[in-house]
Design a protein around this ligand. Structure first.
Ligand code: C5J
Length: 234
């Protein structure tokens, strides 16, 4: 067992039963012209999470941890898009409408895909999800349980929406999840803090909060070369 400094107390994880979950690092959320901006958000807030998340991803790859990515989005015919989600916010541009990166939040479009910095490689499954939670209407739980996964390290966007929803779902399914606070991003700085406080309050009611430095310090105890290679400039 490795132990990462975390709140509300140290997060214990066995690399063999731990998965890194990279949530929705899609152009549609992270870059201007996508779904996130169509809702009136300033996407630049999310970019801060990318360099530490990239370091964690590279170290976990080199250490041989299981890595899984998610994307939020819908079928091209929008048959899996609830009317409530389509209408919510009464936006000028809806999910499925054309934008500079293709149709908003539609699978197969450029904007729907994951940004280059943390793009999946062979052997890292991608979960396409229609909702905010990564477990809703997906096979994520089966994939994790079939591998004997017990602990999750969580990076992604946005903190209070898809990240927190997925951590709550993971908690109810029996996983210990640890969110790395510098590897998650919100359009609202005040929500970033509140969302993480909610996860770790009440003795870790939904899980744990740590950061890339403390997590990589722990991983480096067993995989020093993997962690130093990830920290080196590209
Ligand atoms: C949102 C997400 N914010 N991935 N999706 O609509 O957090």
């Amino acid at each position: 067992m490795l132990s990462a400094k975390a709140e509300p107390y140290d997060f214990e994880f066995d690399p063999k039963t731990t998965a890194l979950v990279m949530i929705d690092f899609q152009r549609d959320f992270v870059y201007p012209g996508g779904f996130g901006e169509s809702l009136g958000n300033d996407t630049s807030f999310l970019l801060k999470a990318l360099p530490p998340a990239e370091r964690v991803l590279k170290a976990c790859r080199a250490a041989g941890l299981f890595i899984i990515h998610t994307r939020e989005g819908h079928r091209a015919d929008l048959s899996d898009l609830p009317a409530a989600k389509y209408e919510r916010g009464r936006p000028k541009i809806h999910i499925g409408d054309p934008g500079p990166m293709g149709r908003l939040l539609v699978r197969g479009e450029y904007g729907h895909d994951i940004v280059d910095e943390v793009y999946p490689i062979a052997g890292e499954p991608i979960i396409d999800k229609p909702g905010k939670g990564a477990f809703y209407a997906t096979d994520l739980d089966s994939i994790l349980k079939n591998r004997g996964t017990r602990q999750l390290i969580v990076c992604g966007v946005t903190t209070e929406v898809c990240v927190q929803t997925s951590v709550r779902e993971a908690n109810d399914r029996g996983y210990d999840a640890c969110v790395l606070e510098d590897c998650v991003g919100s359009y609202f700085p005040e929500f970033q803090k509140a969302a993480l406080d909610m996860v770790k309050a009440q003795g870790g009611i939904f899980g744990f909060v740590s950061d890339s430095t403390r997590f990589l310090d722990a991983l480096g105890k067993q995989f020093p070369a993997a962690v130093s290679a990830a920290a080196a400039p590209a």
